[in-house]
Design a binder for this molecule. Structure first.
Ligand SMILES: [Zn+2]
Ligand SMILES: [Zn+2]
Length: 147
């Protein structure tokens, strides 16, 4: 039986159901995530696009084609309450759902971290974390700390 996750934005305008397994979980400490969220880092749970069912309003999208790290990114949020629901990376067939929008968020442990080199000095990493100096997916990810 497939796992089922649910979630949505703060105002309830957008809800989603995920009928499938988590593909990856990661906190991203890059400059782009800091700016687009206004926070120190963003934590995402990746699901296959085909497992995601969105109800209510659609995700409002802002496509950034000229990102610092050369990878187009689409920031996705609720147009009514501004909740950051996640991002879509056009070259990937998964969707990055923002951890904080999942109803099951407290049950999901995240130990991978990317873009350590752009992280804030006040952010510390638990001993069992995996921390990568830059991105992970492009094959250049250099692991700097490991459990
Ligand atoms: Zn909303
Ligand atoms: Zn990032």
């Amino acid at each position: 039986m497939k796992s089922k996750y649910t979630g949505g934005c703060k105002c309830g305008n957008i809800t989603y159901v995920v009928n499938g397994e988590v593909q990856w979980k990661v906190s991203c400490h890059c400059n782009w995530c800091q700016t687009t969220s206004g926070a120190a880092f963003r934590t995402f749970v990746l699901f296959n696009e085909s497992d995601l069912e969105i109800s209510g309003d659609t995700f409002k999208s802002y496509e950034d084609r000229k990102t610092e790290h050369g990878r187009p990114m689409i920031n996705q949020f609720c147009s009514r309450c501004g909740t950051q629901l996640g991002i879509k990376v056009p070259s990937m067939d998964t969707r990055h759902i923002a951890l904080g929008t999942l109803d099951q968020r407290k049950e999901i442990a995240v130990k991978d971290n990317i873009w350590w080199q752009e992280s804030f000095d006040f952010v510390s990493f638990p001993n069992n974390s995996d921390v990568y100096k830059t991105g992970y997916w492009n094959g250049t990810g250099e692991r700097i700390l490991k459990s």
